[in-house]
Design a protein around this ligand. Structure first.
Ligand SMILES: Nc1ncnc2c1ncn2[C@@H]1O[C@H](COP(=O)(O)OP(=O)(O)OP(=O)(O)O)[C@@H](O)[C@H]1O
Ligand SMILES: [Mg+2]
Length: 322
């Protein structure tokens, strides 16, 4: 049995098709990533899988239960950490977890042990009796993850779980997510716009845009498929130079952002000299293999510019490729 299997799953909002006939199969124990630009349909897709939103067409099975006719069974078998926080700020972390454990029917004799376990996992043991209103954003997010796990769900849905967290906390949470997936044989379905997060965490990644899956594979295979190298030049060039570069045969694509020029090219070691004969005033040069970010740009024509505003959700935005 698959953890998730969708059948032409579709959701329309008036004239917007947020999710368009999606068919995916997610294996048990997988960490599955959904990557897509703003408005791609990620939240709509997982909201349907969590039974929070009714499909307008098609359906899906989650842990073997139908999301339309077996909503309650689906809900009991999943944990959810969504984009909008939903903790009770007037209670302590411990009280929030006790409340949730009760609501989800965790047996009384197991409750405290499980609460301690999940608090430990997100390093909040010593803050268990602090009111949530006095928590930082990062601490709240960690507590929400702990809460999503309290009832031993078979699938954990995480919608942008590390958005707004500092890089160190993010990596801490990745470790924790990995451990969780291995030890509890839990399936994790995660949406993220951090490419390095998807790369580090996910067994498979689906790139979604305009409600459709553009490509689905392991991060390694996706990167391998792109072939070639990326030359990163610290410089700024005008339109004329860009046109010249584009006409070079080995150049596949070019992107200019934040004072850097990214040239995707075959056989970079050999062809770098040609590029340098066209581009002037280069402050630095490096050659690297394609990243998941390059894959994303390739399939969506867009990029998430998050290198310069680490962890600040308010500054998250898209830049179009030149
Ligand atoms: N309740 C709604 N009413 C009308 N349109 C909606 C609603 N929810 C989502 N949409 C539209 O559906 C599309 C997909 O939105 P969705 O929130 O699923 O995207 P997303 O990939 O999660 O984006 P983000 O990265 O910004 O979270 C967008 O065009 C959005 O405007
Ligand atoms: Mg979303």
């Amino acid at each position: 049995m698959y953890s998730v299997e969708t059948f032409d799953l579709t959701r329309k909002f008036k004239d917007v098709t947020a999710v368009n006939k999606i068919n995916i199969k997610i294996e048990q124990g997988e960490i599955f990533g959904l990557l897509g630009p703003n408005g791609a349909g990620k939240t709509t897709l997982i909201s349907m899988l969590c039974t929070l939103l009714q499909p307008t067409d098609g359906t899906a099975k989650v842990n073997g239960f139908d999301i339309i006719t077996e909503k309650d069974k689906v809900r009991k078998s999943i944990g959810i950490v969504f984009q909008d926080p939903s903790l009770d700020n007037r209670l302590t972390a411990m009280e929030n977890l006790q409340l949730h454990a009760g609501l989800y029917g965790v047996p009384k004799n197991e409750r405290q042990k499980r609460i301690n376990e999940v608090l430990e996992l997100v390093s909040l043991t010593d803050k268990a009796n602090v009111l949530v209103k006095n928590y930082s954003g990062g601490m709240k997010r960690r507590l929400e993850i702990a809460r999503g796990l309290i009832h031993f769900p078979k699938i954990l849905f995480l919608d942008e779980p590390t958005l707004g967290l500092d890089p160190q906390t993010r990596e801490h949470i990745w470790d924790y997510i990995k451990t969780l997936a291995q030890h509890e044989n839990i399936t994790i379905i995660i949406t993220t716009h951090y490419m390095e997060e998807a790369d580090a965490l996910c067994d498979r990644v689906a790139i979604i845009d305009n409600g459709e899956i553009k490509i689905l594979d392991s991060p390694k295979k996706l990167k391998d498929k792109l072939k070639g190298d990326t030359i990163v030049l610290e410089t700024k060039v005008d339109q004329k130079t860009l046109s010249k570069l584009k006409s070079v045969k080995s150049v596949k694509s070019i992107k200019q952002t934040d004072g850097k020029l990214y040239v995707n090219i075959s056989n970079a070691e050999k062809n770098a000299v040609k590029i340098l004969s066209i581009v002037k005033n280069v402050k630095s040069l490096s050659i690297r293999k394609p990243t998941l970010g390059d894959v994303f740009i390739h399939y969506t024509g867009k990029e998430f510019r998050d290198e310069t505003n680490n962890g600040n959700p308010n500054k998250r935005f898209l830049v179009n490729r030149i």
